[in-house]
Design a protein around this ligand. Structure first.
Ligand SMILES: C[S@@+](CC[C@H](N)C(=O)[O-])C[C@H]1O[C@@H](n2cnc3c(N)ncnc32)[C@H](O)[C@@H]1O
Length: 293
């Protein structure tokens, strides 16, 4: 029986141990999400709403609805409920300072540059990268830069592709940057801003699960993979970091979230500074092979 009319608190009951174990296993196998014991109350609260919205009257009905949905949308709704999509423009500004001061000068002789934002959420991260590169490289960026922005959630990707944000998302952004890259909405859209065409043209959005093969993404001199590995357990982090390393060019950089750590993970990358890692260049690798250990 659909339970959509039940009051908010009425149909939220704690998940039973078996139910929590089922959700935990599903989230781990499909998204790498590590739901530790102790999270039962949080998961119950978050799933209660989705169970009601999907019209399912029982946990078993909801679980079947999620695993049998051929579109995969029910699974995406589940992951959205269990993770956070929190992000912001120029989040963790130290990465953008490092990009401007240390990475861009190394790219001065390149004819093309591709950057991957590997868990881009609603798009603020890839648009920040695009603003940074357009700001520094000027109009040349349009011809030489490509930003691949991926996420597992089709919901956040749809928002990101629209490139429309409320004014408060831009608080703290220098006004020159704001005017240069964003169009102010009028009438019904007053209080909203849309990314200008040249900004949107740099970014390609695509769905990609970090647990699946990453070779389809390509090879990059810079990968942002920030604030997503925090959801994974060590073995999953190990797999993901190793595969991300394979997607880095020699001499390329990996940025992770400042609250994340690669401690205890074999990654073969050089630690550069907090939340910044670098893959050895070809020359450095050859030298390493020649030097006696
Ligand atoms: C907290 S946001 C991080 C956004 C941005 N990178 C930042 O640091 O501001 C985490 C994102 O990771 C995505 N995500 C979670 N599991 C994923 C997976 N297995 N593969 C790809 N993206 C995933 C979520 O959908 C969410 O949008």
């Amino acid at each position: 029986m659909p339970a959509t009319d039940a009051g908010p608190a009425a149909s939220i009951r704690p998940l039973k141990a078996r139910e929590f174990a089922q959700i935990r296993q599903l989230a781990y196998e499909t998204f790498g999400l590590d739901l530790r014991a102790g999270k039962e109350a949080l998961v119950s609260a978050r799933l209660g709403k989705h169970m009601r919205e999907s019209g399912c009257g029982s946990f078993d009905e909801y679980y079947r609805h999620v695993v049998e949905d051929p579109t995969g949308e029910a699974l995406v709704t589940l992951i959205d409920a269990l993770t956070t999509n929190h992000t912001s423009f120029f989040r963790e500004p130290a990465h953008f300072d490092f990009l401007r001061a240390s990475v861009l000068p190394q790219w001065k002789d390149r004819r093309s540059v591709a950057v991957w934002s590997a868990a881009c959420s609603t798009g603020e991260e890839p648009y920040s990268i695009a603003m940074c590169l357009l700001g520094e490289l000027g109009p040349f960026a349009s011809g030489m830069v490509r930003i691949l922005a991926t996420d597992i959630s089709t919901r956040v990707l749809a928002q990101a592709k629209r490139g429309i944000y409320p004014a408060e998302r831009f608080e703290g952004l220098p006004s020159a940057q704001f005017r240069k890259f964003w169009l102010r909405g009028e009438r019904d859209w007053a209080g909203w801003y849309r990314a200008k065409k040249e900004l949107r043209a740099l970014v390609e959005f695509r769905r990609l699960n970090l647990l699946e093969s990453l070779s389809q993404a390509g090879v990059f001199p810079l990968i942002f993979c920030r604030n997503v590995m925090i959801y994974f357990d060590k073995p999953t982090q190990q797999q993901v970091v190793q595969r991300l390393g394979e997607c880095l060019e020699p001499g390329g950089y990996l940025f992770i979230g400042h609250a994340e750590s690669l401690n205890g993970i074999r990654h073969g990358l050089e630690y550069v500074r907090p939340a910044v890692y670098r893959k050895a260049s070809q020359g450095e690798r050859e030298k390493g092979r020649r030097e006696p250990c």
